[in-house]
Design a protein around this ligand. Structure first.
Ligand code: ACO
Ligand code: ZN
Length: 179
């Protein structure tokens, strides 16, 4: 749904007993585990209330991944928010789905977990009548850029000095097709 990409065979939803991973909606009890993954895997950290407000405002597109054998332990997450900006003529507001953050624990990468997180969350955030999906990514973050390209995101522009350490970001966009 929403993308042409097939979810890899070892990641399915909670009802499939053969898969290694479970993808499910995040709950407030999961936030501690989400923050743990974020702080281990990404230099961009946020205070607890930030995660909590994303969860409160956009619960339908906030997903976590865990191992089926250990469902309490979170190994990945994805969270989105909606951003409203004036249209070119300034007469109405355009909604964009903004990918706030995605990360997967190092030991569980390259198994399709992020692919499954995107596959699940993109149709959910799309329900908010967005015209495009947008995100920023470090220009050096080859794995993530590659992942987004696989989902047909295109590099739109460079945001200079976007990160605290001075690194530039690619601003990547995927248009939402009417289908
Ligand atoms: N090198 C090249 N391509 C890669 C790599 C890599 N190391 N990792 C993923 N990809 C691309 C490939 O095209 C891959 O498909 P393939 O395995 O069939 O070749 C595709 O992405 C899908 O890979 P997944 O297994 O679904 O991705 P994974 O679960 O490993 O997660 C992620 C990818 C999130 C980038 C992970 O490496 C990670 O957590 N990195 C640290 C955190 C991070 O950088 N997050 C993104 C920050 S930007 C933002 O949040 C908006
Ligand atoms: Zn952003």
């Amino acid at each position: 749904m929403g993308t042409e990409k097939e979810v890899k065979t070892n990641v399915f939803n909670a009802s499939d007993m053969n898969s290694d991973f479970i993808i499910r909606k995040c709950t407030v009890e999961d936030l501690e585990g989400v923050i743990e993954v974020n702080e281990r895997e990404l230099p961009e950290d946020y205070p607890y209330f930030f995660y909590k407000s994303i969860l409160e405002n956009y619960p339908e597109s906030f997903f976590i991944a865990s191992k089926r054998k250990n469902p309490q332990k979170i190994v990945g997450y994805i969270m989105w928010r909606i951003e409203r900006t004036p249209s070119l003529n300034g007469l109405k507001l355009i909604s964009k789905g903004h990918l706030v953050s995605i990360a997967v624990s190092e030991g569980h990468r390259r198994k399709g977990v992020s692919t499954a997180l995107l596959d699940k969350s993109m149709p959910a955030i799309k329900n908010d009548n967005i015209s495009e999906y947008v995100l920023e990514v470090r220009v050096s973050n080859y794995p993530a850029i590659n992942l987004y390209k696989k989902f047909e995101f295109k590099i739109h522009s460079i945001k200079k000095n976007y990160y605290r350490d001075g690194e530039n970001a690619y601003y990547m966009i995927k248009e939402v097709r009417e289908d």
